[in-house]
Design a protein around this ligand. Structure first.
Ligand code: NAD
Length: 330
């Protein structure tokens, strides 16, 4: 197949592109990150089945060409991570809402199948666990920037359903804390790579909050299987699927696993939420997926144990010549 992957230069998009190329597909990869030796897809530079376009999803002329020339669209490009969200609400709305509307509209015009990537943040701070795909959403006030990411992804989902009703074959996946090699481009450290980096450099491991908050860390190779199933199975059209492990790990437990992986124990320091994110920021205590629908329709479950996934992430991070910068993101 000929497949368009937006956000192909990012963490999940580059793994997805690897998967399609390994399967023998051709990929049109679009991302705003430059095409040079630091690009995760640079290893494929001699592969004639990959064409890389360094541009924005907001470039309508280019997007029209890319959608027309391919048979399916995997839409991953987005403003992701708190460092791209806090203080930048207009940019988040532009990329995540306008960009997604353009992708969906062009795909509808050309009758292409679309896979839209959404997030566990959709549920916000809902106390009802586990999160089902059709549960109510509980969000904070609009004066707090952190909720805009959830809102823009929810608008993306609304648009998917709107276009689906008009005939577009589209499916939606919601990711739960995906991790693995390439998790972070320099400067946008998420918790696993941030802890690994701090441990590797023998700096104190900085836990934000009391460390009792839990996350369901889901390994990248599991996620790629789920994304492809949701993007290809006929029964997935028109559906939303949680892609996450239901296994909860507290941030304090994560510190232990990281120390075991790295082989030594730096001191742990606890940092207040306000200190890092500013006043009004609320962390989410628990975020657990209900994975019944993904199991039933996609025949998908996450199987990689956290210790194995962290080991693989550690091996990748150790091989990076420049370690990703320290930053703040869960
Ligand atoms: N990693 C996770 O745990 C997680 C969780 C929930 C949802 N998601 C979603 O999965 C998708 C991929 O996330 P990721 O973790 O790989 O993040 P990432 O930041 O590594 O990848 C996103 C990519 O989109 C690109 N991009 C941003 N704006 C663009 C634009 N205007 N034009 C072209 N490219 C642009 C970025 O350069 C980046 O390479 C995103 O849609 C994200 O919202 C990820």
């Amino acid at each position: 197949m000929k497949i368009l992957v937006t956000g192909a230069g990012g963490f999940i998009g580059s793994h997805l592109t690897d998967f399609f190329l390994a399967r023998g597909d051709s990929v049109f990869a679009l991302d705003s990150v430059p095409w040079d030796a630091r690009n995760y897809l640079w290893v494929h530079r001699d592969n004639h089945r990959l064409r890389y376009f360094c541009d924005s999803i907001l470039n309508e002329g280019l997007m029209r060409y890319l959608v027309r020339e391919t048979e399916a669209v995997y839409h991953l490009a987005a403003a992701v991570g708190l460092d791209n969200v806090i203080g930048q609400v207009l940019k988040v709305i532009e990329v995540n809402v306008r960009g997604t509307e353009l992708v969906l509209r062009l795909a509808a015009e050309q009758k292409r199948r679309v896979l839209f990537t959404s997030t566990s943040e959709i549920g916000g701070k809902s106390p009802k666990l586990p999160f089902r795909e059709d549960d109510d959403r509980v969000l904070g006030p609009t004066i707090v920037d952190r909720w805009v990411y959830s809102e823009t992804k929810a608008l993306g989902e609304y648009m998917c359903f709107g276009y689906h009703r008009a005939g577009l074959p589209v499916s939606i996946v919601r990711f739960f804390n995906v991790y693995g090699p390439r998790l972070d481009r320099e400067g946008s450290g998420r918790v696993i790579t941030r802890f690994l980096r701090q441990a590797l450099q023998n700096q104190p491991i900085a836990v934000i909050g009391d460390g009792k908050q839990t996350r369901c860390f889901t390994y990248i190779s599991d996620v790629i299987q789920g994304v492809v199933a949701a993007g290809e199975r006929p029964a997935a059209i028109g559906g939303i699927f949680n892609l996450g492990t239901p296994v909860e790990t507290s941030i304090n437990e994560l510190v232990e696993i990281v120390c075991k992986t790295v082989g030594h124990r730096p001191p742990v320091k606890y940092v207040g939420l306000d200190e890092v994110y500013g006043k009004g920021y609320e962390d989410i205590a628990r975020r657990v997926p209900d994975v019944e629908r993904a199991r039933r329709v996609l025949d998908w479950v996450a199987t990689t144990p956290l210790e194995i996934g962290i080991w693989e992430t550690f091996r990748w991070l150790s091989s990076c010549t420049v370690l990703p910068d320290d930053d703040i993101d869960g």
